[in-house]
Design a protein around this ligand. Structure first.
Ligand code: ARG
Ligand code: ZN
Ligand code: CA
Length: 233
């Protein structure tokens, strides 16, 4: 197999005030969350219920910080139409994950581009206050990055963005009829099966999501194989 895959990351911190100019320590903490979550080394993995513990996956994907670039800019809110990427283009996106940290606005925590899109907009955008220790509680433990990097690596939302029959193209994630929010009690049953509400690709609070599944691991890792959309990483 491919073994452990390491992805080098460039951070672009774009700020209009001191709070948006997140510290190096916060970026280091964010990197730790990504590495823990993608290697099943998160300290809340033991919360996975027995029904799903057998398919909680070590994705064998790691991340290293290849550089942090800081840009002061008077723009207050960047939106979700890639304006921040036009202002500060991705650096070698064929070999690096680019992450922009900025004030998105509109209550948006983050957004990502799936594999196969334009290289000029490839990467992930994070709300500055979603990083660990930020002010976006209950979304301030760094799991917005985990969720968005999941999209960047080809994962869909756990409910398939539709009703029960809509698929996320992952066999071991039970179907659901929509997102779960907050911190759902277990079991939460929809579409005649127990929702995997604790999956990183649902919409629950940061401290209520703590696993990827084996099927998601396979779907992510397929894009690194020969001919896959992120083979060049
Ligand atoms: N709503 C965003 C998306 O669909 C991010 C959700 C992040 N959730 C969280 N608990 N941090 O991409
Ligand atoms: Zn999402
Ligand atoms: Ca599924």
């Amino acid at each position: 197999g491919l073994g452990v895959i390491n992805i080098p990351v460039y951070f672009h911190v774009v700020y209009s005030n001191a709070e948006e100019n997140v510290s190096d320590a916060q970026i280091t903490a964010q990197m730790s969350v990504l590495n823990e979550d993608f290697r099943k080394a998160n300290n809340d993995i033991n919360k996975v219920p027995a029904e799903f513990s057998g398919i909680a996956a070590d994705s064998e994907i790691t991340f290293t910080n290849a550089g942090t670039f800081r840009h002061s800019n008077s723009t207050g809110e960047w939106g979700t139409r890639d304006a921040v990427k036009s202002a500060y283009p991705p650096i070698t996106p064929s070999t690096h994950l680019n992450i922009w940290v900025c004030n998105i606005g509109g209550g948006i925590l983050g957004y990502a581009q799936f594999p196969g899109g334009s290289s000029s907009t490839d990467g992930v955008v994070l709300l500055y206050s979603s990083l660990p220790g930020g002010s976006a509680a209950p979304y301030n433990e760094g799991r917005t990055a985990t969720h968005e990097v999941g999209h960047y690596l080809n994962l869909r939302h756990i409910w398939g963005d539709g009703r029960c029959r809509q698929d996320d193209f992952v066999a071991d994630t039970p179907s659901s009829d929509g997102p779960n929010y907050g911190c759902p009690s277990f079991p939460t049953v929809n579409c005649k099966s127990t929702d995997m509400t604790m999956n990183y690709m649902d919409y629950t609070n940061d401290d209520c999501m703590y696993m990827f599944s084996e099927g998601q691991k396979s779907r992510m890792r397929a894009i690194f194989a020969s001919g896959g959309a992120r083979e060049s990483l």
